[in-house]
Design a protein around this ligand. Sequence first.
Ligand code: SF4
Ligand code: SF4
Length: 255
Amino acid sequence: MTIHFSCTMCGRCCHGLRLPIGVDEAMAWLRDGGQVQLFCEAIPWPEEPPADNHLAWYKRRRSFAATSGRLPVRVIVSLMAVFEGACPNLQPDMRCGIYERRPRACRVYPAEVNPFYALDRETKLCPPEAWQSVEVLQSEDGNWNDPEVAGAIVGMREADARDAEVKKRVCAILGILSSGLSNEGVVIHAPEPGRFLAALEAAAAGGEGQDVGEWQIVSHRRATLDLLQSAGTASLPSTALAGTASFMGFVAGDA
Ligand code: SF4
Ligand code: SF4
């Protein structure tokens, strides 16, 4: 189905956001005085998937290898610029104050980065009239029509893959070793911004890959905790999280 779209500059997508950003963008966001958090999730990864499991390989590209007890896992760390209310870069006339260097995610919206997600207008913040444009956002064959949108999508996917090992080093520097279980929840880490920026700069500078140690998989569901324990995984109830870590579940919890 061809999807028509034109931004009305309503500004809704610039309010109350968790904006996924790359390592380079996170450093810029922190230098500008913004807040960034790490959303961590782990996927059990007992063996490599078959070559035709494209979804698994997509996840593999944006994750790093780790262990939790006896279980090999892959950890996806998403860097999120967070703000309540209006984005600190949003101008009173609803224009972006850093338009030329705004994050790739801002250039993509409302298109989808994940090739396994179809664009669902119902989940987007854009007003109805934005979808009544004559301009084509996505053509019948699934291609993104706007070169800037298409380029930003490629840029986000490349950054995801490029950043995975850098994020591993960031976690090692910051001592981050807890994650949610993929599709069930994430552990959100909110390091102090100055310390976080220093860790990102050190990790981005490269060097030897550091062993991040053993990861704990956090859950808010009794059945999951029991399953993780029986699989020899290092697990933790979400209520035991401390410090600057918190848990966000995607399903109802009972533990
Ligand atoms: S950086 Fe600009 S485009 Fe992105 S959310 Fe903020 S104001 Fe909106
Ligand atoms: S919510 Fe949609 S229409 Fe409104 S500013 Fe964002 S992209 Fe444009």
